[in-house]
Design a protein around this ligand. Structure first.
Ligand code: SF4
Length: 146
């Protein structure tokens, strides 16, 4: 059976920044894939719950190219931490031979189509999270689960 990586918070696991989870959305994937839950931000060593973070100055590709940063709402630069979480997620993809990941949109790590714009005002822009960018650069397909 093929392996897929899925954002842990979409599997009912309470790893979100606010300590909550979404309902388990794995039902349709189970018949096709062996599911490996991954939370890049927990893998990076960040606690749960943790401060809200957004990408400032671009998206995940810009972060990887040193053109944008990941900041907490109180102004701490956590760019290196987010890159670490992305690298660990890529490592899990390689260990498990996963070629596809279903990730949570809007997250500064897992965003697939859109992310928050860095102003902490709830506004979204087109763009991807840091983990999505790194997986995409390494030829791992990233899709939204819903
Ligand atoms: S969106 Fe990604 S980084 Fe955020 S809680 Fe879910 S799995 Fe973790």
């Amino acid at each position: 059976m093929k392996v897929c990586i899925v954002s842990s918070c979409l599997l009912g696991l309470a790893c979100r920044y606010d300590g909550k989870a979404f309902v388990d959305l794995s039902e349709n994937l189970k018949s096709k894939y062996l599911i490996v839950p991954v939370c890049p931000e927990q893998l990076s060593g960040l606690p749960t719950p943790r401060e809200k973070c957004e990408i400032v100055g671009g998206d995940g590709f810009d972060v990887l190219s040193n053109r944008a940063k990941v900041m907490t709402e109180s102004g701490r630069d956590v760019t290196d931490v987010f890159i670490k979480g992305a690298k660990m997620t890529l490592k899990i993809c390689k260990i498990t031979n996963a070629k596809i990941a279903f990730l949570k949109d809007f997250s500064p790590s897992c965003g697939v189509k859109s992310i928050y714009n860095g102003s902490f005002s709830g506004k979204k822009v087109r763009g991807v999270g840091v983990t999505t960018a790194l997986l995409t650069k390494n030829k791992i397909k990233v899709e939204k689960i819903i």
